[in-house]
Design a protein around this ligand. Sequence first.
Ligand code: COI
Length: 411
Amino acid sequence: MALDEWVQREARPISLRQLTFFGRTLTEPRLIDSANYCRLEIPTRIAHRLRDIQTLPYVVVANPHLAHVYELYHRAFERFRRIKEIRTLDDNDHYCKLLEETLKEHASVIPQLAIGMLEVQGLMKPEQTDRFMNTMLKSRISRRVIAEQHLALTETFHAPWHFPNAQSAQDTEAVGEIFLRCNAKEIVERCGNTTQELIRQAYGSHVAIPEIRINGHLDATFPYILSHLEYIIGELLRNSIQAVIELRQWKDAQPPPIDVLICETPQHVIIRISDQGGGIPTEILPHLWSFSKGPRRQTRIENLGKVPKLLGTLQELKVGDKSPSEGQGPKDGFSNAGGHPVHHSSLASLTSRPPNLRLGIGLPMSRIYAEYWAGSLEMHNLEGFGVDAFLQISKLGNKNERLTTRAMMDA
Ligand code: COI
């Protein structure tokens, strides 16, 4: 069976540095090499996850949301495994079209999986559920990184005049999706402004929003995928600001600020976000990193069902229904971050969702994104006072993507 053959192959992990290498001097042979790397890597990585799903208990796979994800992956696997070696730019264009279509088709996989995991609660051990979810999500990130990087390189190759420096890259800002010099302070500032604005819109302008103060190594820069970082920092700031506002202790006075400290070491950049929002509620604390456990299960399921509509391309998921609907909406546009085209806005849409749409996946997802590029995310609860979040980023870009999860390594 084809799946068995592909499962025999190991994924070939890649680092940010290797990903930029393909694009640094972008020639036709390099672009074709990049295409062939994707051509073999994507079906290999999907095959491993199909096998994981096949090994879940039948009652779990029978969940309509999980069954739908399986179907999507199976279809993608069949589509990609048949692609012959890519030799010409025409072959590559055809391949890129398939990639684009599949990325769009898979836009709602995260809420589908998250709803599925909540619905099968009790049918699997929570640790098993979380381990499965971690592996699925890391693998999904990895495939999207590889695919989006190749699409971005192809676009740069065809329209170099859009990226004046992109073919002689010493001082290029971006190579494909990777920003070579992400400045921690600027990103925190930008995410802070966006988050404050979202919260202002949701809570009304009469509510005082905490100020965000940034200190420490303000010049720290590192290569990174901007959308990953914006997602993590956006989630952390959103949690902090909401916690402070919802304490409702400040009446008309200015609430206490969110303090962000940036610390640069030879290997890492550490970002500490400290709030005085009262700390993590005791009913949430034990399930902070869990996709399957925690309070307000039904509300989370309903809110997750609204995410696909938020993505702008898909209909809401029918929750508690046997047939999750698949979207057929208009083509996904390009969103623009820092003047650079970023494909497929699924992550950006999560970042900009309304703050009252609580999904209960922000922290575990943020940790998965942080760990993916060999970083970490930890939360320190100062009971009754506030929270310190520590985000550590590996700053040299030379670490391979991490496809296995902490839970798996512990197991
Ligand atoms: C995913 O989004 O889950 C993917 O696997 C995308 C890839 C097939 C291009």
